[in-house]
Design a protein around this ligand. Sequence first.
Ligand SMILES: [Zn+2]
Length: 254
Amino acid sequence: MNFKLNTGLTGGYKSNSQKIRVMTEAWVADNIFCPVCGNPHVTHLSNNIPVADFACSHCGENFELKSKSSTISNKITDGAYSTMIERINSINNPELFVMQYTKDLEVVNLMLIPKFFFVPSIIEKRKPLSENARRAGWVGCNIMLSKVPKQAKISIIKNQICAEVDLVVGQYARLSQLRTNNISGRGWLIDILNCVNNIKSTDFFLNDIYEFESQLKLKHPDNQHIQAKIRQQLQMLRDKGFIEFLGNGHYRKI
Ligand SMILES: [Zn+2]
């Protein structure tokens, strides 16, 4: 696989972000299989289609690409805040590719965040653009990658090593068992996965998760039965094979 971005494609584009967009999108279209179904290619959509950057002609999934030159860190800049929240709430946001490239314009990492792990709480509202800006008052957003549980980040390329197609498709299928179109349910699942991930040991007890009760209460102020909700989510994670239940409130991460 050639990891170099094609700088020959940038003629006619002035802004650096436009050039990067053209090069990274072309690279994905040339090199990346569909992580949902394993189709050898995803098709680049015309820039006039605002909903997504790519579509798979086999399974019909849509994908968006975001890239950055530094380490894939805590946040990634996206478009308008209101559009993003609207898309998440109406369950029509695309799957998200996140790419990292080097200063020498070589792709180094690529991951996929499945669309069903998007909830409003991972979206950060940016400050409105100043009065002097061309689009004064416009409010953009950041996707807070640090709030996305590690299970939801499917690595496709890591340090220029490409994962096997079957492995990626299998990981997506496993995660899709957790899929729900209920945004509140999604939020709870992500919160409890993050709690489990914040516990350092492989084995843990129900009480270790109850430690997060006050934190969860702040996020879900209307819920009067936080502990019951925690148990319900742990049961689902157990049923879907993400944690093991050893009895008497004793759990093990898988
Ligand atoms: Zn597909």
